[in-house]
Design a protein around this ligand. Structure first.
Ligand code: PYC
Length: 317
């Protein structure tokens, strides 16, 4: 009979740092990830999906993770001016950019002594972002150019009627709805989730199959905030943070409507009351949002993947 010690030798080890940004977790994989080669990040993300998708699920899904967790695989950047490359993923697939995740990655790298306060470029699968680690521990992320693709796009949602929102890109695709008639409170998460999920399906079917996040906006509840949001992510988990890419999409809409001036601050509150401060600058005809927030380190650990474990590769959706 195989001894317990012999069995242990079959474990594959994955080193991770867990952080949370405004309540939303990020699991940063620092070693033990798949070899994706050295091509451009979008190609490496596609290879990750094609050949190693079970690794994604093993890292973020139960029993090691949860639906809420976002993973960040560190890799060698193609662009030598970047401190690292990073591929973001979640319970059902891959994210282009991730604002809360980038803040988590920077704090994790600082925790490991691999980054000092200052400006650092990071390569993602949708472009290079610039993160500034402030001496206070806060992190500002100058995101990829963000824009609105469609203003006031009305969809007929079965069981709900007509819903109107904007379609915008902030590193991921969002449908943004100003929702005056529903309390954006944690107690309403199930109703809000159901609403967003139906809206997403309608938006996908009626013209925008790429939209995988739905973001609702209502009045703020914490001092200094301009708005509170509820963001439903692609795998039906809601973002505990105000969502960096969602806030970027919002900033692009506000900027395009002339409702926020360049350099002016927009404080976005999340459904749990955490906040990001957002600003934007213009670069030619592009809008470059910057999101500022804070992350904390929760754990520094080693995941063990045992092929003999029937749930080694996570409980998949
Ligand atoms: O902060 O950009 C973000 C994000 C996307 C999904 C969850 N968080």
């Amino acid at each position: 009979m195989m001894s317990f010690l012999m069995k242990r030798a079959s474990f594959h080890s994955v080193a991770v740092i867990d952080t949370h940004t405004g309540g939303e977790p990020t699991r940063v994989v620092t070693s033990g990830g798949p070899d994706l080669g050295s091509g451009p990040l979008p190609e490496r993300r596609d290879r990750f999906q094609r050949e190693f998708d079970r690794f994604r699920s093993a890292v973020v899904n139960e029993p090691r993770g949860s639906d809420v967790m976002v993973g960040a695989l560190l890799c060698e950047p193609v662009d030598p001016s970047c401190a690292a490359g990073v591929i973001f993923f979640n319970n059902v697939g891959y994210l282009g950019m991730c604002g809360h995740g980038t803040i988590g990655v920077v704090v994790a790298l600082a925790h490991l002594g691999r980054l000092q306060p200052g400006e650092h470029r990071l390569e993602t699968s949708v472009g290079v972002v610039t993160a500034t680690l402030h001496p206070t521990g806060e992190v500002s992320v100058a995101n990829v150019p963000s824009y609105r693709a469609r203003k006031e796009f009305t969809v007929a949602v079965p069981g709900l009627g007509a819903v109107t929102g904007d379609v915008a890109w902030g590193g991921n695709w969002f449908y943004l709805v100003q929702k005056g008639d529903c309390d954006l409170r944690l107690a309403n998460v199930e109703v809000l989730t159901d609403f967003c999920w139906r809206v997403r399906q309608a938006v996908n079917e009626q013209g925008f199959p790429e939209v995988d996040h739905v973001e609702l906006f209502g009045p703020p509840t914490v001092p200094g905030a301009h708005s509170r949001n509820f963001v439903l992510c692609p795998g039906k988990a809601y973002d505990r943070s105000p969502c960096g890419t969602g806030t970027s999409a919002k900033l692009a809409c506000l900027a395009t409507d002339g409702k926020l001036a360049e350099g002016e601050t927009w404080v976005q509150e999340s459904i749990i009351g955490s906040t990001f401060a957002g600003t934007f600058r213009r670069q030619g005809d592009q809008i470059i949002p910057t999101i500022t927030g804070t992350a904390y380190v929760n754990a520094e650990s080693t995941l063990l993947l045992d092929d003999q474990d029937p749930f080694c590769w996570g409980i998949r959706h």
